[in-house]
Design a protein around this ligand. Structure first.
Ligand code: FES
Length: 326
């Protein structure tokens, strides 16, 4: 449980195609933009998906202009329906949004920065790239960005980033693995890494970072928890503590399905990052598709816990909810 979000009415002020699967939305709140946001901040947005209002998080792209907020949404045809609902929005449509929030802040005191973006994970990093380029000019800090996507036409904001970073931007197209260990080995002591992208890419960066024995706090990442290994389908979940057996539909998370069934849950980020929603798995007939970045690889392989806000299963899962009223 977490305190209620203050929802504000807003209007879609502009829509722009960035790539064949990424669309940008300019959102103007009716009450105006009260304060500037920091790099890494995101908005919560209410969208009508699967016949009910659902909440989605989208990173704010670029610097604040005091007028409107900019987000970019990748269309996921086999997702939970939020991106398809966003793609239906046109200029003038009304939506509800939160104030900007941030769990992914930028520290400007390091001597060097490596920024790693995968696909739509570029969105929070566009503003960070601008801030870091300005810092590099001011203080001489070293900045390098690696930006990968399936194909060149899926590199959203490429021209803007090239202008800001010049040859400090290195792009990767296709599925060839990036040598994160080599990139990290070249960084001086005290360097920081900021990364956002699909879970397999984040896991690869995390793995290379831990092998380098650098301080864990200097690796900062964000995910959207939507890029699983398996297609998003319905699955069954049993909760013996509540004598409950329910179906988690394809357009809802395990956490949402439990809440709808009246099970009290603990949560915070709802993005697979904080681990507060992690529940014990007591039996599994099928497979878990871990989509969080909180559990370790070892824990994921053991399948003894699941982050209910983003991870899913194929088959039937038996869990014990983490919430204890006493
Ligand atoms: S609520 Fe943070 S990982 Fe699920």
């Amino acid at each position: 449980m977490k305190s209620e979000i203050h929802w504000m009415p807003a209007r879609i002020a502009a829509v722009r195609e960035l790539t064949p699967t990424v669309r940008e939305f300019l959102i103007r709140p009716d009450s105006g933009v009260a304060s500037d946001h920091e790099p890494g901040a995101h908005l919560q947005v209410q969208v009508l998906a699967g016949g009910r209002m659902q909440t989605r998080s989208y990173s704010l792209v670029g610097e604040p202009d005091g007028q409107a907020w900019r987000i970019a949404v990748k269309r996921l045809d086999d997702g939970r329906g939020g991106s398809l609902a966003m793609w239906k929005l046109a200029v003038g449509d009304r939506i509800l949004v939160s104030e900007p929030q941030s769990h992914f802040s930028l520290d400007l005191n390091a001597p060097a920065y490596l920024v790693v973006a995968g696909g739509i994970g570029i969105t929070p990093l566009v503003f960070m790239a601008r801030r870091l380029a300005a810092l590099a000019q001011r203080s001489g800090a070293s900045v390098r960005m690696l930006y990968g996507a399936r194909s060149r036409d899926e590199l959203a904001y490429l021209a803007e980033l090239q202008e800001v970073l010049g040859d400090r931007l290195v792009t990767h197209e296709g599925s060839a693995p990036i040598d994160f260990a080599g990139e990290i080995a070249r960084l001086p002591a005290g360097a920081q890494v900021y990364t956002c992208g699909p879970v397999p890419m984040l896991e690869a960066v995390k793995q290379a970072w831990s092998s380098s024995a650098r301080p864990l706090a200097d690796l900062r990442f964000e995910t959207f928890g939507s890029s699983g290994r398996l297609p998003t389908k319905s699955f069954r979940v049993k909760v013996p503590r509540h004598s409950l057996e329910i179906e988690v539909p394809a357009n809802a998370t395990l956490l949402e399905a439990l809440e709808a069934a009246g099970v009290q849950t603990l949560w915070d980020c709802r993005r697979g990052e904080c681990g507060l929603c992690a529940m014990d798995v007591t039996a599994l007939e099928g497979e878990i598709d871990h989509r969080d970045v909180f559990l370790s690889e070892h824990e994921k392989k053991g399948n003894s816990r699941i982050c209910a806000c983003v991870s899913r299963a194929v088959g039937t899962l038996t869990i014990d909810s983490a919430y204890r009223p006493d």
